[in-house]
Write a protein that binds this ligand. Sequence first.
Ligand code: AP5
Length: 209
Amino acid sequence: MRMILVGPPGAGKGTQAARLVGRFAIPHISTGDMLRAAVKAGTEMGKQADTFMSAGQLVPDEVVIGMVVDRIAEPDAVDGFMLDGFPRTQPQAAALDVALNAAKVALDVVLLIEVPDDLIVGRITGRRMDPETGDIYHVEFKPPPADVAARVVQRKDDTETACRKRLSKYHSETAPIVPYYRERGLLRSVDGNAAPDVVTARIEAVLAG
Ligand code: AP5
């Protein structure tokens, strides 16, 4: 299974990916997680990316494309992958096509998780991450258990100001790739405005159909 998860910030891509990858035995490849790891490691690329990410801007295509093309060529991704947060621009979608064509493989599905803008800010500003496990929580919708609560952190780009910039970038840069995949018959959409278990069931139904 080669699939892409698309959706606005806070749509639940990371939450749903964590539930789905085990079922398909494919790696979850999140460009956001890869970039945050580079920031944490203090690499040159991480330092460059940090400025863009903290401001709610997209990291330049040339940085992200090379990172993903290398990652999907690794042995664990040869038989499939779940891309989360990539592609996010038309040049990224085109570059992914080139890489997949060169490897003589094709995408199976592009899954769009739709959530209205007015719910996004609350989801993003309330998100907390466990730095040890990467587990995602929410102060209201999924509070961390007592033994984890003391160590959860808030992402630097989860402020209301950065969230609104990310949402605006989603509409201007990322939403335009949706018709590209719809025209090729790859797009499936689910309504992400429901409890996480309900959204998972909707995704499973769509993927089975
Ligand atoms: P990235 O990490 O990809 O962020 P994003 O796309 O903005 O998505 P999020 O991680 O914010 O949200 P999500 O959809 O995964 O939601 P989650 O499941 O956590 O990218 C970060 C930055 O990196 C970008 O802004 C950019 O700078 C850079 N970047 C990354 N990829 C790039 C690329 N390809 N090109 C250029 N730059 C790139 O859920 C959110 C919250 O809601 C959580 O608290 C969760 O508990 C809660 N929640 C989830 N589902 C539900 C539900 N059903 N009901 C209620 N609450 C829910």
